[in-house]
Write a protein that binds this ligand. Sequence first.
Ligand code: GSH
Length: 197
Amino acid sequence: MLKLYDANISGNCYKIKVLLSFLNVEHEIINVDLFKRQQKSAEFIALNEFGQVPVLVDGNETIRDSQAILFYLASKYDDGTWLPKDAVGQAKVIQWLSISANEIFNSFAMARVYYLLNLKEIDVERATARAYALLKTLEQHLSTRHWLEFERPTIADIACFPYISMAGEGKISLEDYPHVMAWLDRFKQLPRYVDLP
Ligand SMILES: N[C@@H](CCC(=O)N[C@@H](CS)C(=O)NCC(=O)O)C(=O)O
């Protein structure tokens, strides 16, 4: 059975739990206590040398990084619904996975972690400014479509959904971005959607 090394607080882990639910793939969740720094234990470093969750173990394969895991699961356990099979289609989805790993992580996720964990080393003003700049672009993008690509939900939407939907925890308001809010609501209506932990 698939094993997901997970932390409840993590939006990156949440991406994987959402896709596993959409795909209805049986899996075991192994909780990694980030506050006890279990992610830096020798046992965990053997799974991921970067000492971070999520990590997925599928038989003899160990995959780290939420974007890579989304790609892996959709490639292996899906029929092309969540990730197109052609090169152009895949590239168009992966460009959003990159936005999730960089622009979204360094804005929404950083602001969230600043307020939740009181991490003073984070430049929250910069993270907040980046989040609003991104919202402006996303609002424009979503004003003419329902989903990030292809007029259907893909792992692009799964990758970008978690930290934007938790914007409030980083004191970022979505009030002036109705198309972004409508996209979040649409995502929550998908069959087998699981809520944030
Ligand atoms: N690029 C990685 C980032 C993973 C990451 O930042 N994980 C965080 C939780 S969201 C973590 O494990 N933090 C604990 C640490 O770095 O010690 C991904 O997308 O999975």
